[in-house]
Design a protein around this ligand. Structure first.
Ligand SMILES: Nc1ncnc2c1ncn2[C@@H]1O[C@H](COP(=O)(O)OP(=O)(O)O)[C@@H](O)[C@H]1O
Ligand SMILES: [Mg+2]
Length: 540
């Protein structure tokens, strides 16, 4: 376990509590037992007759690929969703969990990946929300601050000011506050649904310490995570979901990371690259001495990216892959001038560049498709043509606001690219806000086709996009590369990486763990590399 061994060096004070502690001899009554849980969303069978059981004092991992059904199962425990079939009991008592409040009353606390904090309230106010004490009709501040201070201290977090507004905290700090809030209710069942994706390794270590204290009180933790190193370090047992079914239930002690990956993915043997022949042609066309289009050397960004080096050649689609929070998305933002605290060297066609804004990067010929399309990628109130032209015009101040001033050539150029991507012309006049996510993203891709970007950096280009639009977008990105550009795709999606890219650069904990050819990679070898384990036969 090359990757995680270093990460968890010095992780002390998290002793394993025996799974049956506090229950005496004999078979323990499960703290949480779910039997025959079935849940359908329209045509999707999200959960199919799932049995799930957690024993007192246990930290139980729930793993599976995206869409396997983990969050749905946990939302059922919390009472957010009602199952179509099945039973739930806590400590042997059957529950009729109807809504989140009764979940809370039954002792279930859940931390979602999306935060539920109120940004304009302080840390103390957020943690004590719903439990305020009043005196003469006024909310007392001291008890709230004390509650918050104690909740954070119990997690080993003592550096956080409880009087600060949540909006002023980093994402990682907000996540810690969220966890402290849920833990301060003293849950008997604590569910953490991918809580560590935005946490640094230090924060994660502290959280592990806090979970150690919690389970010593007999509470159970259900831990949903894609970081299998953490799973193997922290958990006692593990349930694996695949396509809404339980495929394995294992003691973690007897489990290797490789085996866990196999259980998660099932048989995923053969290479997936659809365009194997074309990719081979591209790769062999590259002269050994050809200069890289984009060369990244020892890039470091803030605390997230430690040391990342790789090259991108003309005609290539390179995937920058990793589990969420491994640094790949910060690398993309840094290349596009959208991050501070950047060190290292970036060369474009051999010349050193340091874009300091996305606009500056665009001037150099580096296009950027953000993962946050709604807030940063589009002008929602403008139509298709001005959105496509946004990057390619030498902007007169009036253009984005007075699109009817746009000359006819602008429209015909926009049409040429939107036709290629498959944006129907009937939608041309409509505000982007009113179009589907897939169509919006096609418009964003069109923008950089029109601009003829030398390098296009895409951050999760097809997240939240339907399958049809996804295939169209993939086609266009490949066509852009075939026309001589270089395309860098940041993705956490195994399938996208294997299907779209020629070469994969895999990040782990802020460094490049492996580079591999997407033609020969498999889901398992890629997923292992994302966990920090270099696969055998991986190409240097
Ligand atoms: N509210 C919902 N409406 C429709 N489909 C949903 C909803 N929530 C989840 N699904 C579907 O159920 C399946 C399981 O999703 P989810 O539980 O979120 O998976 P995971 O958390 O393992 O990634 C997926 O196919 C997902 O698209
Ligand atoms: Mg989920």
């Amino acid at each position: 376990m090359t990757g995680w061994a270093g990460v968890f060096e010095g992780l002390h004070g998290v002793e394993r509590v025996a799974a049956d502690s506090g229950t005496g001899a004999g078979v323990a009554v499960p703290r949480l037992r779910m039997t025959g849980i079935t849940k359908r969303f329209g045509g999707t069978l999200a959960l199919d007759d799932v049995d799930f059981e957690v024993l007192p004092g246990e930290v139980h991992a729930l793993v599976g690929q995206n869409g396997a059904g983990k969050s749905t199962l946990m939302k059922i425990v919390a009472g957010d969703y009602r199952p179509d079939k099945g039973r739930i009991s806590i400590d042997g008592r059957e529950l009729g969990i109807r809504d989140p409040r009764s979940g809370l009353a039954a002792g279930v606390g859940i931390v979602y990946q999306e935060l539920s904090l109120l940004p304009n309230m302080t840390v103390a106010e957020n943690i004590s929300l719903g439990r305020e004490t009043t005196r003469l009709g006024l909310v007392e501040r001291a008890p709230a601050r004390q509650l918050a201070g104690e909740a954070l201290a119990a997690m080993g977090v003592d550096s956080l000011d409880v009087d600060i507004r949540v909006s002023q905290l980093s994402l990682a700090e907000q996540q810690l506050v969220e966890i402290a809030k849920v833990m301060s209710h003293g849950p008997r069942v604590l569910v953490l649904d991918e809580p560590t994706a935005v946490l640094s390794l230090d924060d994660t270590r502290r959280l592990f310490g806090a979970l150690g204290h919690l389970r010593a009180t007999g509470a159970v933790v259900v831990f949903v995570s894609h970081r299998y190193g953490e799973v193997l370090q922290l958990c006692d047992r593990c349930t694996v979901l695949r396509n809404g079914r339980v495929v394995a239930r294992e003691d973690v002690a007897s489990l290797s990371l490789e085996h866990l990956v196999r259980l998660t993915l099932g048989e995923a043997g053969a290479p997936r690259h659809r365009q194997a022949e074309q990719a081979t042609a591209t790769a062999s066309a590259r002269e050994p001495a050809q200069q890289a289009l984009l060369q990244v050397e020892h890039l470091a960004v803030g605390r997230t990216v430690v040391d990342v080096s790789f090259s991108l050649y003309r005609g290539e689609v390179v995937g920058l892959c990793g589990l969420l929070g491994s640094g790949q998305s910060e690398v993309a933002r840094a290349l596009c001038g959208d991050m501070g605290h950047v060190e290292g060297t970036v060369r474009l066609d051999g010349c050193r560049v340091r874009p300091t804004s996305p606009r500056g990067a665009a001037r150099l010929g580096i296009g950027f498709i953000t993962e946050n399309r709604r807030d940063e990628g589009i002008f929602p109130d403008l139509g298709v043509v001005p959105n496509v032209s946004a990057a390619s015009l030498r902007q007169s101040w009036a253009r984005p606001w007075l699109p009817w001033l746009a000359p006819r050539s602008e429209r015909s150029r926009a049409r040429r690219v939107t036709d290629e991507v498959g944006v129907p012309r009937v939608l041309e006049g409509r505000s982007l806000r009113l179009l589907s996510g897939g169509t919006q993203q096609k418009v964003v891709v069109s923008r950089w086709l029109a601009r003829q970007a030398r390098v296009l950096v895409c951050n999760e280009p097809t997240r939240g996009v339907d399958v049809g639009a996804r295939a169209d977008i993939h086609d266009r990105l490949r066509a852009l590369a075939a026309g001589g550009a270089g395309v860098l795709v940041v993705t956490t999606d195994l399938d996208e990486a294997l299907v779209l890219c020629d070469r994969l650069v895999v990040c782990f904990a802020g460094r490049v763990s492996t580079e591999m050819s997407a033609r020969t990679a498999t889901e398992s070898s890629l997923f292992l590399a994302m966990q920090g384990i270099a696969p055998e036969g991986g190409e240097p």
